[in-house]
Structures are given as structure tokens and as C-alpha cells.
Design a protein around this ligand. Structure first.
Ligand SMILES: NC(=O)c1ccc[n+]([C@@H]2O[C@H](COP(=O)([O-])OP(=O)(O)OC[C@H]3O[C@@H](n4cnc5c(N)ncnc54)[C@H](O)[C@@H]3O)[C@@H](O)[C@H]2O)c1
Length: 247
């Protein structure tokens, strides 16, 4: 029960990796605020966890909208008294070759993956500084190394790593650590519904030393390490959850 009496915010927690992170933190005693742009999914996920007896709350919001982020952070502080852990997980892709990529595809991915992480870090850091404790875990991606067709996403995730390293240096003196997890290919509903699911799985098996697609649990285990006291002397770091694939 590493998170007993702790309060955590997980963005994009209605589905996929974020939902698994929330599940594992709840199982280890945390109070979890799940925030997501998809209000219906957010509420359904929270109802499911509440039925299991967990202390979990749904505060829907778009991470790229400053006022919505402030509202989630302030409501969390008012209702639960503190914020120990922030997991910046919300993210989207809008893939296209550079000549086909619309400005809107660029802006949307940067706004959600990068600006959203900045906004949540900025407004939770105020409270973490005051309480002299905090854990910020940013979900990057192996795509920061550069993926064809993902100029927007690769740039956003590289930016997330820059944000991680800058904040680690700023906030360390307040006992706040800031780290990133960079997943490779992870099996989520979106991947399972992909028309080329079987082909993608085969390629992953061929190209990665650990010959399988990653699970949401693989990622959540790494996030919980950074969110816990076991990592209190580690900051500004990146943990790759890629099955050993770095190219
Ligand atoms: N699945 C993978 O293979 C993989 C690999 C590397 C990195 N990642 C990263 O992991 C994170 C989670 O991805 P996932 O695969 O679980 O995706 P997912 O689509 O299953 O879940 C993402 C969640 O974020 C929410 N969301 C989208 N835009 C939002 C916004 N503006 N504000 C708030 N919530 C928003 C969605 O509604 C959804 O519930 C993302 O940051 C993604 O880039 C995923």
C-alpha cells in the first residue's frame, strides 16, 4: 500500500494506460482524481472503480484548456487537502507525412501532449511547493526518437522530456521529483481496433528484444515506481518501457 493517504491526479485516465495507472494506484491505497476530456467515459470508469470500493472521483476536463485545468487542481485541493502525485498521461496522435500534415494536426497534438502537461504541472506545482512534497510523472513515448508520419507527436513527446528535465532542476529543492516514462507499442483498445493490428503485432515481435507488445500494466508498473518513495533520489530521468526497442 505505497499510496495510502496520498492524493493523485491522473489525466486521460478514462481509458487505456491512464485507466490502468489509476487502477494500480487505487489498489495501493491512493485517492485518485481521474480527469479526461471524454466525460461519459470518465464517469463510467469512475463508477466501475467505485463499485470495487475504491476512493476515486471524476473531474472531466480538457488538459489543453487553462481554466479547466485550474478548476480540476483547485477542486482537488479543496476537497482532498493536497496533491501528492500528478500523472500527465492524456495524449493523442494525428499521423500524417509532413507534406500532408495540417496545421490543426500539429497544434492539436502539441496542445494536448505538451501544453497540457505544462498546464497541469504548473498549477499542481504551486501546491506541491507549499507542501514540500510531490511526484510528477510525465508519459512520453519511444516516438521522441522520431517516427515517420509523427512529426507532431515526436516533437510533442521530445518536448515532454525537456519539460521533465527542466522541472526536475527547478523543483528538486522542494522534494518534488519529475520523471518520464517512455512506452513503446502498448496494447490498448485503440491498438486492438486498428485495422492492421495483427501486422503491427508481428512487426513489434520481429523488432524488439522482448518479443511481444507491451501491456498497460507494464507501463503502470514503471509509473508507480516514479510516483512512489522508492524513487525519491531519481529525478529528470526517463524509463523506457519498450521491450528493449530504442530505434
Ligand atoms: N498505446 C501506446 O502504444 C502508447 C505508446 C507510447 C506512448 N503512449 C502515450 O500514453 C498515453 C496514454 O495513451 P493510450 O494509448 O492509453 O491512449 P488512449 O486513447 O487509450 O487514452 C487516452 C485518454 O486520453 C484522453 N484524452 C484525449 N485528449 C484529451 C484532452 N485534451 N484532455 C483530457 N483527456 C484527453 C482520451 O479521452 C483517453 O481516455 C498518451 O500520452 C500516449 O501518447 C501510448
Amino acid at each position: 500500500m505505497r499510496f495510502q493517504d496520498q492524493v493523485a491526479i491522473v489525466t486521460g485516465g478514462a481509458d487505456g494506460i491512464g485507466k490502468e495507472i489509476a487502477r494500480k494506484m487505487l489498489a495501493e491505497g491512493a485517492t485518485v482524481i481521474i480527469t479526461d476530456i471524454n466525460k461519459a467515459a470518465c464517469e463510467e470508469t469512475v463508477r466501475g472503480f467505485q463499485a470495487e470500493g475504491f476512493n476515486v472521483h471524476s473531474f472531466p476536463a480538457d488538459v489543453s484548456q487553462k481554466n479547466e485545468v485550474i478548476e480540476v487542481v483547485e477542486k482537488t485541493k479543496e476537497q482532498f487537502g493536497k496533491i501528492d502525485v500528478l500523472v500527465n498521461n492524456a495524449g493523442v496522435v494525428r499521423d500524417a507525412r509532413i507534406t500532408e500534415m495540417e496545421e490543426e494536426d500539429w497544434d492539436l497534438v502539441i496542445d494536448i501532449c505538451l501544453k497540457g502537461s505544462f498546464l497541469f504541472a504548473k498549477y499542481t506545482a504551486e501546491h506541491m511547493i507549499a507542501q514540500e512534497y510531490g511526484r510528477i510523472v510525465n508519459i512520453a513515448s519511444r516516438a521522441y526518437l522520431g517516427n515517420p508520419g509523427q512529426a507532431n507527436y515526436s516533437s510533442a513527446k521530445s518536448g515532454v522530456l525537456g519539460l521533465t528535465k527542466a522541472l526536475a532542476k527547478e523543483l528538486g529543492k522542494y522534494r518534488i521529483t519529475v520523471n518520464a516514462v517512455a512506452p513503446g507499442l502498448i496494447e490498448t483498445n485503440a491498438l486492438r481496433n486498428h485495422p492492421k493490428y495483427e501486422k503491427i503485432k508481428e512487426l513489434q515481435k520481429r523488432d524488439s528484444p522482448i518479443k511481444r507488445v507491451g501491456s498497460t500494466e507494464d507501463v503502470a508498473n514503471a509509473v508507480l515506481f516514479f510516483a512512489s518513495d522508492a524513487s525519491s533520489y531519481i529525478t529528470g530521468d526517463i524509463l523506457h518501457v519498450t521491450g528493449g526497442r530504442f530505434g
